[in-house]
Ligand binder design. Structure first.
Ligand code: SF4
Length: 264
């Protein structure tokens, strides 16, 4: 079997940087014995979250930040803000508690937050395109008081009509990471007879990659671990490999080795 990787695949710059900062916080001697938490899961990938936990980086339920029960624990803790960012109130609250904050917000997300804040200041009704439960969208909302979220183009149009007395500005993700992976997948699909998408089942961008893989017409699988692949995968002469923007390199390597029969 020939296994081909998509030209662009796997962890994006922002998630990679956040992971490095979280590891550094856990290892950094100057942090003493402080417990290290991430504000919500750092990565939409259960295996990567478990690996970080083994290194002492635990996931903090965002609601704990406002809970009096957590105040003492957080006072002595380090909290890493993930690549998605967080609303300004979260930074203020942690600051009040005396928590040491490591801000791993992706520079591209910061650009979106600043853009949204700027547009609100200029008098625009800001509409943020995206999933309203996504951490990045919730973070941007925090910087743009009065902004609303639209999950579809129909919702964006309806919102624009609702606020027709104001100029309306639509903000979408200002990041090429998703489109680069999608475009690479398109050219990969033309060269292979089946496609494997590696990444967390809870990762929205991995799910979208999988939908694009299926739309290519090639038999496709979305897996987190190599062991989830069916035996029929070995009947294909060429298999294409891609991975979402939160998938660690080690997982892509593991699946590639499995397909090549190097770790049966
Ligand atoms: S997808 Fe883009 S904006 Fe989001 S964390 Fe990755 S690099 Fe940053």
């Amino acid at each position: 079997m020939v296994v081909s990787r998509a030209e662009v695949l796997g962890m994006c710059m922002g998630v990679r940087r956040a992971e490095t900062l979280a590891r550094k916080a856990a290892q950094d001697g100057s942090c003493g014995q402080r417990p290290v938490f991430t504000y919500g899961p750092l990565i939409h990938n259960p295996q990567a979250v478990a690996a970080l936990e083994a290194e002492g980086v635990r996931v903090l339920d965002p609601s704990s930040v406002d809970s009096p029960d957590w105040a003492d624990r957080l006072r002595n803790a380090i909290v890493v803000i993930r690549a998605h960012g967080a609303p300004p109130e979260v930074f203020s609250r942690l600051d009040t508690l005396g928590t040491l904050v490591v801000d791993a917000t992706c520079p591209r997300v910061i650009k979106s937050q600043r853009k949204a804040a700027d547009l609100v200041r200029q008098g625009y009704q800001v509409v943020i395109a995206g999933d309203r439960s996504h951490g990045e969208v919730m973070g941007i909302l925090g910087y743009a008081p009065g902004a609303v979220v639209a999950e579809s183009s129909a919702e964006a149009v309806a919102t624009a009509k609702r606020f027709s007395r104001l100029p309306v500005a639509l903000i979408a993700q200002l990041c090429p990471a998703t489109s680069e992976r999608q475009n690479s997948l398109d050219s990969l699909a033309a060269r292979v007879s089946a496609i494997v998408v590696v990444g967390g089942k809870n990762s929205a961008n991995t799910q979208r990659l999988f939908l694009a893989a299926k739309a290519s017409g090639k038999p496709s699988w979305h897996i987190e671990r190599a062991g989830e692949l069916p035996k029929e995968i070995f009947s294909f002469a060429s298999v294409g490999l891609t991975a979402g923007a939160s998938t660690p390199d080690s997982m892509v390597d593991e699946v590639e080795s499995y397909l090549l029969g190097l770790n049966p």
